[in-house]
Structure formats: structure tokens, C-alpha cells
Design a binder for this molecule. Structure first.
Ligand code: CP
Length: 315
């Protein structure tokens, strides 16, 4: 594996998930495979889970880890070709990526969208600059449009808990106090469809995701109708794709309640975290016995470990 930026880089998904579950059963099975190798984890945005789980995954493989908060610990990076660098950005991606490639055997980059220019964000100009100028295998630690390590962990979580071969998985929009990226729902929709689940996405008018990411999923604007018989309910807020980065006014209350969940097939509850309690989901649902939220976060380690292991095999 030379890059991991979306489900399209996963190859045979069933085999990748099986490998992850095998690794989870024996996390130290490949404890020497990364000996002498270094992964560099570069963050342009905050992170708790991605940062710590990928570090832990690398340690489980015997790797060295370097973590850098780009723009804070190092120089601000210019990504535009031909830019006259007479302002705050001191280093061009061409030099930075060349240098990082000499220090690291595998590179991970987190780069959120600006939520101002849809074209710029959906062109993935930051991620693609790293792919272009970095000569080492590259992992997306969440980009403008996707969060593949999160989605892989989510699919591992579904694989180890499902009681039917084709579970009904409902991705529901939830309220929030500010505009959030579409990366997690875009990515989860792609991975869930690829995993063979029956996928239903429910959202208010104006919050439709880019159709490229939702192919194979059913779109249902009525949340109650969507929840009928669901085996899994994945809860997430996102901002508008159509009115890019806006948060159009929503009719009705989209926060899940225990009463609404009664319509499901005792659905398991998922969320990628971080989560604002009693804004996105009420305490009673976050803390209920059907919540898989902690299990998902735990599986971030095995997801990252599987990807790093696959990359180490190609070095
Ligand atoms: N879910 C997730 O990616 O969490 P962090 O932003 O804390 O890494």
C-alpha cells in the first residue's frame, strides 16, 4: 500500500477488515516489523484520537514516531505554485515535503477544509500537494473531504458487532453549534456502501452531501422513516455542501431521543468523536449500553496499525 486516502486505496475491503481483526486479536504479532522505520505525523488541525491512536499503532509495530503541529511547531507552509512568498508563509510545500521525505519512511497529514471555497476544498489541494511532492507512502489523517482511518475503524466496529450479513446502517445528520466539514459523513457513506451494508442517509433539506460520495446509499429526508428497523445509527453533524459551509435553518428537532430509537432494531449508536453532549446527542444515548462510541475510538489503533503494516510491507 503506497497511499491511504480513501476507500479506493483499501483494495479488497473484506480482506483488509479480516487482517485488522486478526491483528486486533494479537496486537504484538508484528512488533518488530517497523524496527528502524519512522512515521511522521503532521497536523494542520487539532486531534486527540488520530494523533494518539496512530502513535500507538506505530509503537505496536516497533516504529519511531515524529509528531509535528505544522504552522505551530514549524514554519507556515505555502501551497500555491508560483506564489510570491512575501507574507507570513516562510516555506513552500516543495521544500518541506522533500525534507520530510528524507526524515520519514511513512508520512501522515491532517488537513481540514477551509469551508470557504468549495472548489478549493474539494480539489484536496493540500493533500494532493503532499501526494505530489512527498516521495514516501502517505496516509490521510483526515483531509478536506474524507477521513479514511476513522471510516476504516467504523467498518471494523460494525464487522465485529453485526448479527446479520447486510445490516441496515443509518447515517443521520445531528444539530451542532457551528459549521463542520463533510469529511466524516462523505467517507463513512463510501466505506459503509463498500462494506455491503444497506445504507440510508437522513438529513434536513439543504444538507445533501456531494452525490459522488453517497452512491449506493438511499437518501431519506424523514428521520423517523429512515430509523425504521435500523441496526446501526451513525450520528454526525455536517455543514451544507450546496450553500458551501453554511448552516441553513432546520425545521424540527433532529437530535435523537430514546423514544425515536424505539423505531430501530435496537440500533447500536455510533459517533466518531469529539461529541458535544446534549447538543449532538443526549447523555442518555451517549451513555447507553448500545453505544459503540468508545469501541470505535479503540478501533482507531487497529485501523492505523493495519494500514502502517501494509505500508511497511512495501518499503
Ligand atoms: N475522530 C477523530 O478523528 O478524532 P480527532 O479529531 O480527535 O483525531
Amino acid at each position: 500500500m503506497k497511499q491511504f486516502t480513501s476507500v479506493h486505496d483499501a483494495g479488497n475491503l473484506e480482506a483488509l477488515v479480516a487482517e485488522a481483526l486478526q491483528l486486533k486479536a494479537n496486537v504484538n504479532a508484528c512488533a518488530e516489523s517497523g524496527k528502524g522505520k519512522t512515521v511522521g505525523l503532521l497536523f494542520l488541525n487539532p486531534s486527540l484520537r488520530t494523533r494518539m491512536s496512530t502513535q500507538r499503532a506505530a509503537y505496536n509495530l516497533g516504529m519511531n514516531v515524529m509528531v509535528v503541529d505544522l504552522d505551530k511547531d514549524s514554519w507556515q507552509i505555502e501551497f500555491e505554485d508560483g506564489a510570491t512568498m512575501n507574507s507570513t508563509k516562510s516555506e513552500h510545500i516543495k521544500e518541506a515535503a522533500g525534507v520530510i521525505s528524507q526524515y520519514c519512511d511513512i508520512v501522515g497529514i491532517r488537513c481540514f477544509p477551509g469551508l470557504v471555497s468549495r472548489d478549493k476544498d474539494y480539489s484536496e489541494h493540500v493533500l494532493n500537494s503532499f501526494l505530489k511532492y512527498c516521495s514516501k507512502p502517505l496516509i490521510s489523517l483526515e483531509s478536506a473531504t474524507r477521513h479514511p482511518l476513522q471510516s476504516f475503524a467504523d467498518i471494523i466496529t460494525i464487522a465485529e458487532t453485526k448479527t446479520t450479513p447486510k445490516p441496515k446502517v443509518v447515517l443521520t445528520w445531528a444539530p451542532h453549534i457551528k459549521a463542520l466539514p463533510q469529511a466524516v459523513p462523505n467517507s463513512f457513506a463510501e466505506w459503509a456502501v463498500a462494506s455491503g451494508a444497506e445504507v440510508v442517509i437522513t438529513q434536513p433539506e439543504g444538507y445533501e452531501l456531494h452525490p459522488d460520495f453517497t452512491q449506493g446509499a438511499k437518501i431519506e429526508y424523514n428521520q423517523d422513516a429512515a430509523l425504521q428497523g435500523a441496526d446501526y445509527v451513525y450520528v454526525k453533524n455536517w455543514s451544507s455542501y450546496r450553500n458551501y459551509g453554511d448552516t441553513p435553518k432546520v425545521k424540527g428537532n433532529w437530535m435523537l431521543t430514546s423514544e425515536r430509537l424505539n423505531q430501530t432494531n435496537k440500533a447500536k449508536i455510533m459517533h466518531c468523536l469529539p461529541l458535544r453532549r446534549n447538543v449532538v446527542l443526549p447523555d442518555e444515548i451517549v451513555d447507553c449500553s448500545n453505544s459503540l462510541i468508545q469501541q470505535q475510538a479503540g478501533n482507531r489503533v487497529v485501523a492505523a496499525q493495519t494500514v502502517l503494516k501494509r505500508m511497511l510491507e512495501t518499503l
